[in-house]
Ligand binder design. Structure first.
Ligand SMILES: CC(C)(COP(=O)(O)OP(=O)(O)OC[C@H]1O[C@@H](n2cnc3c(N)ncnc32)[C@H](O)[C@@H]1OP(=O)(O)O)[C@@H](O)C(=O)NCCC(=O)NCCS
Length: 244
């Protein structure tokens, strides 16, 4: 069901904005590059653009490497109030903003098939609470269950305009050193997607970044990080803004 659903989003995005299979494949090329630095990733092999483009078709236009892997996993987040947090660690990371929304279950009732409305609204809520703009985010973990999902997330969160997510990866703006580094731990596409544990693992990555403990994939001077997590077929959107 999920590969077919996101294949539909991909087709709609291609038709409306001219997004290409190469741009989708480039999302996975980035993901596989960064997976090499993540010992927790299920798949740790750098893939070429040709390998991604020539992979087995799962649900056209999505191929094997456009899809996250089914995976087991666990994650844990320790939450504490300000006083306790300062006693537990010298480098606390603060929850600056949260947004949580839902959309209609039926995709036939949706007006937008090139993005997720729940993500747009969750992002808006989180930015408002954190009193920041998309351009203030230094590093982001987004729900790349499929390559097209990362492209749509970048648009929905305001990292680029609607329809420009393909161009963003094409120009390497989501790599470290680009406008907004996205999924620099390999993302769901390489880490795997254990569903229930996924959001916690995204929080972990951003916390490591904001504490300056992300090793080879450290984004220099990261002060503000964002986590975007989706449930169901774009049914639930959750966005969390974290601050050093
Ligand atoms: C895409 C999918 C159908 C492939 O499943 P499959 O046909 O059983 O394929 P396999 O898992 O056996 O993988 C085949 C090969 O590709 C590799 N592979 C699979 N997914 C990979 C990934 N994301 N990155 C890198 N390599 C991957 C495997 O290691 C395997 O390599 P091998 O032949 O050298 O051992 C399955 O992973 C899937 O359903 N993914 C989507 C999961 C989903 O919908 N999650 C919810 C999203 S919201």
């Amino acid at each position: 069901m999920m590969p077919a659903g996101y294949a539909m989003f991909a087709r709609a995005h291609m038709q409306k904005y001219g997004t290409t299979e190469e741009q989708l494949a480039k999302v996975k090329v980035k993901s596989s590059k960064y997976s090499l630095s993540n010992p927790m990733a299920m798949y740790r092999r750098a893939l070429t653009l040709e390998e991604c483009l020539n992979a087995r078709v799962i649900a056209s236009p999505l191929k094997m490497f456009d899809c996250c892997a089914n995976a087991d996993g666990a994650s844990c987040v320790i939450l504490a109030n300000e006083g306790k947090a300062k006693k537990i660690t010298d480098t606390p990371v603060w929850v600056a903003g949260i947004g949580a929304t839902s959309d209609t279950l039926s995709t036939t009732a949706r007006t937008n098939l090139t993005g997720l409305t729940c993500a747009v609204e969750a992002g808006r809520q989180a930015y408002k609470m954190a009193r920041i703009k998309p351009g203030d985010v230094n590093v982001a973990e987004v729900h790349d269950c499929f390559s097209i999902a990362e492209i749509m997330a970048c648009e929905n969160l305001g990292f680029c305009k609607p329809g420009e997510g393909g161009k963003l990866i094409e120009e390497s703006q989501t790599y470290i050193g680009g406008k907004i580094p996205v999924n620099v731990d390999g993302g769901l596409l390489s880490k795997g997607h254990p569903i229930g544990a996924t959001g916690g693992s995204q929080i972990r990555t951003v916390v490591l970044q904001l504490q300056g403990n992300a090793g080879k994939t450290q984004v220099d001077g990261a002060e503000i990080g964002l986590v975007h997590n989706i449930g169901g077929s774009g049914l639930y959107g959750n966005v969390t803004v974290l601050r050093r």
